[in-house]
Design a protein around this ligand. Structure first.
Ligand code: PRP
Ligand code: URA
Length: 209
């Protein structure tokens, strides 16, 4: 699938296996989520635009590349996407952060919006939407719909684990965005949880339930 990038780096795979383990506690789960996001961000941001600027080294003046333009916006889908924000910010500390609050109805599995705030102007930024889990794809499609309605154009979606169903749905709805996936899992179960997955990412990051 064009615009779908499955990141198969051994460090990412190793850390995802640790995340999956039901014996991994909240503290470690949170740290691993941030580390994986950082490693994924390193790959996902390789096309950030650069501009030549003049710098004076202790030896002489030179022209040298630095990040150009309006730079980056990170937009986590609440709650679980928050766990990936610091990993990206460790790479680009000047990035702005928006928030999209969505929760999945436990019965219908449809996303419900409860809070949205994007950095302005959003039009000129590269936008990285973060959510560890791409399950049915409903939340991701709704989040990207919202960003596009507000003028966002250059959008990347980053998830740690995807189900085939969700990946197809997001790609079909938004074929123009790049989708970065840590691991593509087997399927969804009857409760729309990813198998084998890692359980409920939000609960595991925040220690709820
Ligand atoms: C989880 C996850 C995604 C969504 C994925 O969030 O973090 O946002 O489900 O499911 P989907 O692809 O079927 O839409 P949840 O709704 O459980 O909220 P939370 O992050 O607050 O726990
Ligand atoms: N949300 C999660 O946190 N986990 C899943 O497996 C599916 C949706």
């Amino acid at each position: 699938m064009e615009n779908v990038i499955i990141l198969d780096h051994p460090l990412i795979q190793h850390k995802i296996s640790m995340l999956r383990d039901k014996n991994t506690g909240t503290n470690e789960f949170r740290s691993l989520t941030g580390e994986i996001a950082m490693l994924m961000g390193y790959e996902a941001l390789r096309d950030l635009p650069l501009e030549e600027v003049e710098i004076e080294t202790p030896i002489e003046k030179c022209m040298t590349p630095m990040l150009a333009g309006k730079k980056l916006a990170v937009v986590p889908i609440l709650r679980a996407g928050l766990g990936m924000v610091n990993g990206i910010l460790s790479l680009v500390p000047s990035a702005k952060v928006g928030h999209i609050g969505l929760y999945r109805d436990e019965v219908t599995h449809e996303p419900h919006e409860y809070f949205c705030k994007l950095p302005s102007p959003i039009e000129l930024r590269t936008i990285v939407v973060t959510d560890p889990m791409l399950a049915t794809g409903g939340s991701a499609v709704a989040a990207v719909d919202f960003i596009k309605q507000h003028g966002g154009r250059n959008i990347k979606f980053m998830c740690i684990i995807a189900a085939p169903e969700g990946l197809e749905k997001l790609h079909a709805a938004h074929p123009d965005i790049q989708i970065y996936v840590g691991h593509l899992d087997r399927c969804l179960n009857d409760a729309a949880y990813i198998c084998p997955g890692l359980g409920d990412a939000g609960d595991r990051i925040f220690g709820t339930k």
